[in-house]
Design a protein around this ligand. Structure first.
Ligand SMILES: [Zn+2]
Length: 157
């Protein structure tokens, strides 16, 4: 989408028509007690202060949030759900990759739940792969579910 197409002309909060363009506006997400705030660029209504972030900038901010969650090891149910969705996986798909019951995924994403440290690391790897446009972790999980038998022959480089 072209940025000018995404530009807001009328504030949905106050119907104001004057905006501070390309203003610094925070994109914040809460993961339990942890809040992650990204300083994004968007349009701010001069009258009421409502902020509008273009879809592309919002997506970029959410990618930064994912990267930060993974780097800092933020856990808990909200982070688990965020990372799974960032990885583009349905709960059942994730359960199959991890060889756990889908109820386990639902449990660690439910209030008061939390994935183990090992699961969190895998979730982080899956979500990071998605940001990088690769499927390395998913491929490894699939391979680990079907290990080869007998001799594996490879040619030295
Ligand atoms: Zn407004």
């Amino acid at each position: 989408m072209n940025e000018s197409e995404a530009r807001v002309e009328i504030c949905v909060t106050c119907q104001g028509r004057e905006f501070e363009r390309d203003a610094a506006v925070p994109v914040e997400r809460a993961f339990g007690d942890v809040r992650v705030a990204v300083a994004a660029r968007g349009d701010r209504c001069v009258a009421c202060g409502a902020a509008y972030v273009p879809a592309a900038a919002l997506e970029a901010a959410e990618s930064l949030i994912t990267t930060e969650l993974v780097a800092r090891g933020v856990g808990g149910p909200e982070a688990a759900r965020w990372l799974r969705k960032g990885a583009g996986l349905a709960a059942d798909e994730l359960a199959a990759l991890l060889d756990v019951d889908p109820a386990a995924v639902r449990a660690w994403e439910a209030e008061g739940g939390a994935p183990t440290r090992a699961t969190l690391a895998v979730l982080g790897a899956l979500a990071s792969d998605a940001l990088d446009g690769v499927t390395t972790t998913r491929d490894r999980l699939r391979a680990a579910g079907h290990p080869p038998a007998g001799t594996v022959r490879i040619r030295a480089a």
